[in-house]
Design a protein around this ligand. Structure first.
Ligand SMILES: *Cc1c(COP(=O)(O)O)cnc(C)c1O
Ligand SMILES: [Zn+2]
Length: 420
């Protein structure tokens, strides 16, 4: 699958593969387009080529928007070294399934990435493309998780990096970013203010803003999550995926990944039902879904799931279309349900998730309770970040038993279900 050009998602106008992101004719978003060679490949050979690749997202380099060149003996190009992302565990979660009255639930744990979130996938692709295009400085606007990944990739590749965050961001997130040597800029204002500033700076500076002028390439990185899920399921599609929705990019690109492999014949069957998950405190897509609208009304976010707090989601209409077209939905859950979701996942699987994973787990529970899920379905629950990033969300959810250092104190002070 050779990368071909950038294309407007609305009017289909074509553009060269440069640092462009918005259509000059209709202001629609640009997306990477490929030359399709549907069904012409030797599938066995293609699978072996993927399986023989490195244990990271570059095993899917044939499906990513990089100029590339011939792979070397190691199978990889110099431009693709750096901070390898991907190949995260897909865990069969029988105890979680049982709790929810389901048969087959898999947890895709993307906390197991270099900076502990799925953002490493998209940043790896954007930064690699930025280097191909000759950029020497990378940048982003972020509510923290993206900043973390951009700073780490800058360090790994020896590129200068600037990250722009709201000035009142939690200290732990700032510390975990600045340590990589990035220039951390705290902007007095909310995320929308940061975003506006960066869009202006992007027009002025010759910098690669991974989620602005490099956005078409960045977004393609999310497809690798779909490729991995399919490969880990033995080249099969799941029946349903529950995915967090902020801008809606991850949600729609997972389906794009499945679709590209279906077109090649690598996967058979229908697209999975796609269930988007949002927090009630920022649920423009879920609200539009419930009201039957094709576009989203922007909202002012207020939720503990800050990584999903985008009030005006760029891919909202595409996310709505995907959910409807696949027989899925976009649902929202309260902050209380999110906390319960984090605890449920931790207690039943040993996976501690950042708040976005609490959102997906709570939405899965809601779908199961509503009877939306057929007991025979194979469901994939996407966990996008590590719980240590949002420790505040779980404070006060359990009790620590403090005792004197004696056996008596332990006997008297700690409830025990196991007889001694
Ligand atoms: C960025 C992010 C997402 C998804 O964001 P989209 O804008 O919808 O692609 C999900 N979870 C976490 C933890 C994130 O940082
Ligand atoms: Zn257009």
């Amino acid at each position: 699958m050779a990368v071909s050009h950038l294309e407007c998602r609305e009017c289909k106008a074509q553009y060269p593969l440069e640092a462009l992101y918005v259509c000059e004719q209709c202001f629609g978003p640009l997306e990477v387009a490929y030359d399709r060679e549907d069904g012409h490949r030797d599938l066995g050979e293609l699978r072996r080529r993927i399986q023989g690749g490195p244990q990271n997202i570059w095993r899917y380099a044939d499906f990513l928007p990089l100029a590339g060149g011939p792979p070397g003996p190691s199978g990889r190009l110099a431009s693709r070294v750096g901070l390898p992302a991907g190949c995260t565990p897909l865990i069969r979660a029988d105890r979680l399934a049982k709790r929810l009255g389901l048969r087959e639930v898999w947890v895709k744990n993307d906390a197991a990435n270099p900076t502990h979130s799925f953002k490493d996938r998209v940043v790896s692709v954007a930064v690699t493309r930025a280097r191909e295009l000759g950029f020497e400085t990378i940048a982003c606007d972020s509510t923290g998780i993206l900043a973390n990944s951009v700073a780490a990739h800058g360090a790994a590749l020896g590129l200068e990096s600037f990250v722009f965050i709201p000035a009142d961001l939690e200290e732990q997130k700032v510390l975990a970013t600045g340590i990589y040597g990035a220039t951390v800029v705290g902007v007095e204002g909310n995320y929308d203010d940061v975003n506006r500033l960066c869009t202006e700076l992007c027009a002025e500076r010759d910098w690669a803003f991974v989620n602005i002028n490099l956005r078409p390439y960045y977004a393609e990185g999310s497809k690798t999550l779909a490729f991995e899920i399919a490969e880990q399921l033995g080249w099969e599609l799941p029946d349903r995926c529950v995915v967090p929705v902020a801008s809606g990019s991850l949600f729609t690109k997972i389906a794009k990944g499945f679709d590209e492999w279906r077109a090649l014949g690598l996967l058979e069957g229908e697209l999975p039902r796609m269930n988007g998950a949002q927090a009630e405190g920022c649920s423009p897509v879920a609200s539009a879904f419930a009201e039957g609208h094709d576009v989203c009304r922007p909202v002012k976010p207020s939720t503990i799931a800050k990584s999903l707090a985008i009030g005006n989601p760029a891919d909202g209409p595409y996310a709505l279309d995907l959910a409807r077209r696949t027989g899925g939905s976009v649902d929202a859950v309260s902050d209380e349900e999110i906390r319960a979701g984090i605890a449920l996942l931790a207690e039943t699987t040993g996976v501690f998730t950042e708040t976005a994973g609490g959102v997906t787990t709570a939405v899965l529970a809601k779908l199961a309770e509503r009877g939306d899920i057929d007991p025979d379905e194979r469901v994939v629950l996407v966990i996008t970040g590590e719980g240590l990033k949002t420790l505040d969300a779980v404070r006060g959810t359990f009790e620590t038993h403090t005792i004197a250092p004696t056996v008596e104190a332990f006997q008297d002070g700690v409830p025990q279900t196991v007889a001694v």
